[in-house]
Design a protein around this ligand. Structure first.
Ligand code: T1G
Length: 689
């Protein structure tokens, strides 16, 4: 289907409308249609100038990522950009919505860019493990200089129209509603008065200063080494921008293409593209379609103003939804509200919010000590202590005071939602909304579907997630739901290896080298050993550490000792306790050494648990499990999540390794039936069912 409607010519200016819902991604058919319309406009003597205009909610949002991995169909995006570069008539890109990636690169190859006030431009390829592959790394530095280009391209951020204008990335900014007319007027002025504006590829002014700063690129790489660690695209972007400074345009383009081809073939980019689509796939619930009626959530009640309740509240305030925040004492309520204010003020100090916006959000909180104040809320979320008695008591009370049609949600992280629902006379209105701490930051929201939760309530929760900036993953009812249950085996294996005399610093290092922000014991020390407090049935090193006041980083000592700069050093106290606990539990020294062996001990049980979660139907699909790990536990995005990574390792190899580990370490390493079936069939978690 040709995705460009036929151009219309208005007083000598051809308007080429592009239309490929939902985001005008540059599919092969759109590229073919655009090529044909450009050829037509170039040859039409009545046409003096050309405007590219998009239908729908946005200008082109980039290359069509769904085509990656398939044979490229002509014309390529660089071919189209070359056509525009050599256009015999001025071409104007009329930008609204978000001109991103290849879409912005196409606009940069036009002579001019007219942007709507609310438009944004950007090159987010880095989030896909790629770099702009259609001239972006060569054109942007020629406009803004190498240093600004490095920041824009390696961050992948969206640049608002006003900033884009100040940087010279667009030529003019016009009112949203009058984009078409203003673009026409702009084109007519160019036709009437001509223009001596050089083509972007011919500009060198912005690069002249950079030519005298060869150290710029190594300095930028060094300054961002921590942020770029493990990712492959940033280094390639730096190389491409450097080529823009040091090579002629065509050679720079060739360098960019070479780097792009290497990135798109990398496992890291495949993983990041997997996560991009997995996030969006997670929103799909097979038995709930877009026509499933949902409840309009205009007011929320949150019970509990502690760490979780406060963070949960902030999500709704940020979306402009008023919250009645309930506590049992004025002191707890004041403390919770003060924490919310402090969080917002910290954001304002960083310049990401204005003082007025802080007050707007704070004004949306209605503090309360009276449960009946929640009666008319559309949604009530309980975020109190993880005790079944406490929660069932609250839900029984809510059942008495909440109006019919109010959704009753629990933020429980592992208790049986069906038991909580049974405390009410309306289990179909009960759902789990499991946020991850800090709730106002972590993007994962597990929507827990009880046995009787209605479709309308599930549909409401899934759609509400996007409205408050979360990625919802639907979970069935089990201990730990998806993310916590999935990742628990990694901690169990870390602690088992510790007692087998494997140095904890080695265990942590191999996790950090794999790509986690910190290792298991470092994370325990950060969270606080007293906070984690497991109801252990036998003596544990953590229990002993807490007993001697070694609560973690906050006390300068936990598993590790910390200096005043929070640098960690393994502690002899911990070493002594490890030996004592191992002896008391009769655990013999049996060190695991070597990165592959350590990773297998730590991550294969996670893969195995994922297979069980999938087989039990707790998660809808393998990619949901990956998303839960990436967004809930910071699984490195360039690894794609545990099941995507397992596919890359090879399931047959994992099953074989696990069988060998099972002989020594027991049933933890017994491969789940689904894992064995897939391995034996030569299939992968990522195969379409
Ligand atoms: N290709 C294909 N499908 C895309 C797409 C794309 N580029 N972008 C979005 N979609 C689909 C998405 O899967 C979803 O599908 C629907 O559109 C709505 O998306 C050569 C190589 C534009 C800011 O990285 O950032 O150009 O689930 O839910 O929240 O240098 O989509 O409905 O079936 O995200 O309003 C570079 C990626 C590509 C932009 C809109 N471009 N997209 O956000 O909607 S690589 C990007 C986004 C490239 C060149 C290189 C966002 C958005 P479905 P959505 P949204």
């Amino acid at each position: 289907m040709k995705q460009t409607a036929t151009s219309v010519v208005v007083d000598g200016v051809a308007l080429i409308p592009l239309d490929n819902p939902p985001v005008n991604a540059l599919s092969a058919s759109l590229r073919q249609g655009l090529q044909a319309e450009l050829e037509q406009a170039f040859s039409d003597k009545a046409v003096r100038a050309i405007i590219l205009l998009c239908a729908g909610r946005t200008f082109i949002a980039g290359a069509d990522i769904t085509e990656f991995g398939q044979p490229w169909q002509p014309p390529s995006l660089p071919d189209l950009c070359a056509m525009l570069d050599d256009a015999p008539k001025p071409v104007v890109a009329a930008i609204h919505g978000t001109a991103l990636g290849g879409g912005f690169e196409l606009a940069l190859a036009c002579h001019y860019r007219v942007a709507a006030q609310s438009a944004r431009v950007g090159l987010p390829e880095v989030h896909l493990g790629l770099l702009p592959g259609a001239g972006g790394t060569q054109r942007v530095p020629r406009i803004v200089g190498a240093e600004t280009a490095l920041e824009i391209i390696t961050s992948g951020r969206q640049v608002k129209a006003a900033e884009a204008l100040s940087l010279g990335l667009v030529d003019t900014v016009v009112e949203d509603a009058a984009l078409r007319d203003n673009a026409l007027a702009f084109a007519h002025r160019i036709v009437a008065h001509g223009s001596d504006k050089p083509r972007v590829r011919d500009r060198a002014d912005a690069l002249s200063a950079d030519r005298d700063r060869p150290e710029l690129f190594t300095a930028f790489a060094a300054a961002n080494a921590r942020r770029f660690k493990g990712f492959v695209a940033p280094a390639a972007i730096i190389e491409a921008v450097k080529a823009a400074v040091t090579l002629p345009f065509e050679q720079g383009l060739a360098k960019e293409t070479d780097l792009f081809e290497r990135l798109i073939a990398s496992p890291e980019s495949a993983a990041q593209r997997h996560v991009f689509f997995a996030e969006r796939e997670a929103a799909r619930v097979p038995d709930i379609g877009p026509d499933t009626a949902a409840i309009d959530i205009r007011s929320v009640g949150v019970i509990g103003a502690g760490t979780m309740g406060g963070g949960i509240t902030m999500n709704f305030l940020n979306a402009g939804i008023p919250v009645t925040l309930l506590e049992t004492s004025q002191e707890a309520l004041d403390r919770g509200i003060a924490t919310i204010r402090r969080n917002y003020e910290a954001t304002a100090v960083k310049g990401r919010m204005t003082a007025a916006q802080v007050e707007q959000r704070m004004d949306l909180i209605a503090p309360s000590l009276d449960l009946s104040s929640l009666t008319d809320a559309d949604l009530i979320i309980e975020a109190v202590y993880e005790s079944m008695d406490v929660k069932t008591g609250i839900f029984a009370s809510l059942d008495r005071i909440a109006r019919q049609g109010t959704i009753l949600a629990s933020n429980t992280s592992f208790l049986d939602l069906n038991c909580i629902a049974a405390a009410t006379s309306r289990p179909e209105w009960v759902v789990g909304l499991h946020f991850f701490s800090p709730a106002n930051v972590m993007r994962l929201l597990e929507v827990v579907r009880g046995a009787e939760t209605s479709k309308a309530v599930v549909a409401t929760a899934m759609r509400l997630a996007k409205r408050i900036g979360k990625v919802a993953v639907l979970s069935g009812v089990c201990d730990g739901f998806i993310a916590n249950r999935l990742m628990a085996p990694r901690g169990a294996q870390a602690e088992a290896m510790m007692l087998e005399d494997t140095p904890i610093a080695e265990i942590d290092r191999v996790l950090v080298d794999y790509g986690f922000a910190m290792g298991h014991f470092q994370m325990m020390d950060l969270v606080g050993l007293d906070v984690i407090g497991r109801n252990a049935t036998e003596r544990t090193v953590m229990g002993d550490l807490v007993a001697v006041g070694r609560l973690g980083q906050k006390r300068g000592a936990g598993y590790y000792d910390y200096d005043d700069k929070r640098r960690s050093r393994f502690s002899d106290v911990t070493g002594k306790l490890i030996k004592e606990v191992a002896a008391a539990r009769g655990i013999a020294s049996n060190r695991t050494s070597g990165d592959e062996a350590l990773l297998g001990r730590l991550l294969y049980p996670v893969v195995n648990e994922g297979a069980k979660i999938l087989e039990e139907g707790i998660a809808l699909r393998a990619s949901d499990i990956d998303i839960a790990a990436v967004l809930g536990y910071n699984w490195p995005v360039y690894r794609g999540g545990p099941l995507f990574w397992a596919d890359q390792v090879g399931l047959d190899r994992i099953v074989a390794d696990m069988r060998a580990l099972e002989v020594v370490h027991g049933e933890t390493f017994r491969p789940a039936p689904l894992l064995v079936r897939l391995a034996e069939a030569g299939r992968r978690f990522g195969d379409k069912p």
